[in-house]
Design a protein around this ligand. Structure first.
Ligand code: CU
Length: 662
């Protein structure tokens, strides 16, 4: 190629387009009506929110409100009715796009008054809620007006679907067929899941549930999981990740296993280094790193933060034996690849420390392949109470909170950066809303992150130091500084495990810079935001879809995109979003259903075969106006500088293509 005089002119005179400046900011956006202990995104336009029963002043159908739905377009919430107390339940998507919410607490009244009769129809006469310990609630999200359509409501009834036993703080993880493995939990709750001394590690005198079961029932009665005895005390909300083999990685207390749920066989993996606790109430952030083509979808799990104290100090159901707020949380990060492709022994690998200590931090997988940690506290743990073993009732310094020093500034982790340089807080804003116990965060389809909840209090308390909050915020990643984001078309509504590839087109206006570079610097992601509660996003997962491309002479790019690999264990069936990320700038997420839509052995076909990539003339360029700043380190800087200066010269690409064709 030889240099084009007109192109040079464009570079010389075009102004740099300024971004809108949202990138890195956290902005308050509205009122969720209930405190968002749990959230999930339904399809394209709603976020469903659940709270515990806690005496919210607003009523619905004669009882205190504890569910709402947030509309992404209007940024307003609408009340929803749930009958049973979902207090610290688990939740998961189902293959057809529905969500199920498992377990919770008894019917409670003011001050945590506990109507524990073992009956699923126990009822609190003041807060007017039914017990939720065995309840299974299901909703099939709608995009329209949820009030107008009964099929958009929660299915929930004290006499409705039930688990085999009571589970408060259970773990949930989908298996490859879309059924959901449910593990453990409290039978009746407290700070940690045991008495002390711990003479009955499996059952704790009836307070702990050491069993697991599968929803929908596979006909097998619930079975005792020995791991729950081994990890007794610190094993509620166990951390679970389905692995490629079909086994489930399970981490609790400082122990780790691979679990064969079909056969109830546990394979020991190494202990968590330094015995750092990651499960509730230490509540470290944890996530599976994005699965990439380059690493052949090898699965690695990242743990950051949490809390360390002696076994004795953790206390019992009633309270900790120390004052957690007087001690720093952990900043330690570890990686674990439970099933190494090279056949080596799995091992925890020390990773870079977070910039601050943090309990109750949670990871959000962003579509630029960075990972946000947000929410939580510098000191202390999750949970709340009226006392500890050494601080009597009436003398708690932070109300009922066991944590203090809220961490209002998130941090970004780049899994691909060299060790020693993975964390950054550069250009990230700070929220002044404490997001402590019972806060949550979730990735939205536009690539922003909704942050809500926090109520380290037994009942609604709007005046204490860390109050019940209904304020929602959005965090805008750096790609919100981009003036142009990719606008893909052609993404199918369903994806299969293997099978024919599909084509996705982005117009020339979708990107800036050289077309061949943009096409080659594109990653197509399939991601699932999950179901968020307690510093976790149950089911959160992100997988790269392999692709090649054809750059058209007009600068538009056609991506030839592979279906997900023919192994549903890598990305379980159900709802997800497809993102086209060019030069580190993602499109919006397009809603898809992965798999058959049914709970069944998923059909698989041979992995997609892709045609070779075809490049256009080297000078072909996108006409998007500016690319803003990107946090991705995969972005090549030279084309972006060209792109930024290209700004308003939207005709230049056409001109250069025309010249190239002469
Ligand atoms: Cu909780």
């Amino acid at each position: 190629m030889f240099f084009r005089p007109l192109l040079a002119l464009g570079l010389a005179v075009a102004p740099i387009v300024r971004a809108d400046g949202l990138g890195g900011q956290i902005q308050e956006v509205g009122d969720t009506l209930v405190s968002a202990m749990m959230m999930f995104v339904g399809r394209t336009s709603k976020v469903y929110i659940l709270d515990k029963v806690e005496g919210n002043a607003q009523q619905i159908n004669g009882h205190s409100l504890y569910a709402s739905v947030w509309d992404l377009e209007t940024k307003t919430a609408t009340p929803m009715d749930v009958q049973t107390n979902p207090f610290c339940a688990a939740g998961y998507h189902l293959p057809n796009g529905s969500f199920a919410v498992f377990g919770g607490n008894n019917a409670v009244g003011p001050g945590g008054a506990n109507n524990d009769t073992g009956s699923t129809t126990a009822f609190d006469p003041v807060y007017q809620d039914y017990g939720g310990t065995k309840a299974i609630r299901i909703i099939t999200p709608c995009d329209g007006n949820v009030d107008a359509n009964a099929s958009c409501a929660w299915y929930d009834s004290p006499n409705g679907l039930q688990m085999q036993s009571s589970r408060w703080y259970p773990a949930a993880e989908a298996l490859g067929n879309g059924s959901v493995l449910l593990i453990g939990g409290f039978s009746s709750g407290g700070y940690i899941n045991r008495n002390f001394p711990n003479n009955d590690p499996l059952y704790s005198g009836g307070g702990s549930n050491p069993t697991y079961e599968i929803f929908p029932s596979n006909g097998v009665p619930e079975r005792v999981m020995n791991f729950m005895g081994k990890t007794s005390g610190l094993n509620s909300y166990a951390l679970t990740y389905l692995m490629a083999s079909g086994k489930v990685f399970v981490q609790a207390n400082f122990s780790t296993i691979l679990f064969d749920a079909d056969n109830n066989i546990e394979t020991n993996l190494p202990d968590m280094p330094n015995q750092i606790i990651r499960v509730y109430p230490a509540s470290g952030a944890n996530a599976m790193l994005p699965l990439t083509v380059a690493n052949n979808y090898e699965q690695t799990i990242l743990f950051c933060g949490g809390y360390v104290m002696s076994d004795q100090a953790w206390g019992d159901f009633d309270a900790p034996n120390i004052n957690p707020w007087e001690h720093a949380a952990s900043s330690d990060c570890q990686r674990m690849t439970p099933e190494p492709a090279d056949g080596s022994q799995p091992a925890y690998v020390q990773d870079d420390n977070m910039p601050t200590t943090r309990s109750m931090g949670q990871f959000i997988l962003l579509p630029d392949e960075t990972i946000l940690v947000v929410n939580g506290a510098r000191n202390g743990t999750a949970g709340y109470g009226t006392h500890t073993a050494i601080t009597p009732i009436g003398q708690m310094p932070y109300g009922e909170s066991y944590a203090t020093e809220p961490q209002g500034q998130p941090a970004l982790y780049n899994p691909n950066a060299p060790a020693g340089s993975r964390w950054s807080t550069a250009n990230l804003g700070t929220s002044n809303i404490p997001r402590l116990y019972h806060s949550s965060a979730i990735l939205l389809p536009d690539g922003s992150v909704m942050i809500a909840g926090s109520n380290p209090n037994i009942d609604t308390n709007l005046t204490t130091i860390y109050p019940t909050t209904y304020k929602a915020e959005y965090f805008y990643p750096s790609y919100f500084n981009a003036a142009t984001r990719p606008q893909p078309s052609g993404i199918p509504t369903t994806l299969s495990y293997g099978g024919p590839s599909f084509d996705v087109t982005v117009p020339v206006s979708s990107y800036s810079g050289l077309a061949n570079d943009a096409a080659g610097n594109t990653t197509i992601w399939l991601s699932r935001p999950g179901w968020t509660t307690h510093a976790m996003n149950m089911g959160q997962r992100m997988l790269q879809l392999n692709n090649t491309f054809t750059v058209q002479s007009d600068g538009s790019i056609v991506y030839h995109v592979a279906q997900p690999p023919p192994n549903p264990n890598l990305f379980q069936p159900g709802p997800a979003y497809v993102w086209v990320t060019i030069n580190g700038i993602p499109s919006n997420g397009t809603f898809v259903i992965v798999g058959s839509g049914n709970i069944e052995t998923q059909p698989t076909r041979a992995a997609s075969t892709l045609p070779p990539s075809v490049r256009a003339n080297a000078s072909t360029t996108g006409s998007g106006s500016g690319s803003g700043s990107s946090s991705s380190n995969t972005t090549s800087s030279a084309p972006r500088m060209v792109a930024a200066s290209r700004g308003l010269f939207t005709g230049i690409a056409v001109v250069s293509v025309f010249l190239a064709s002469l």
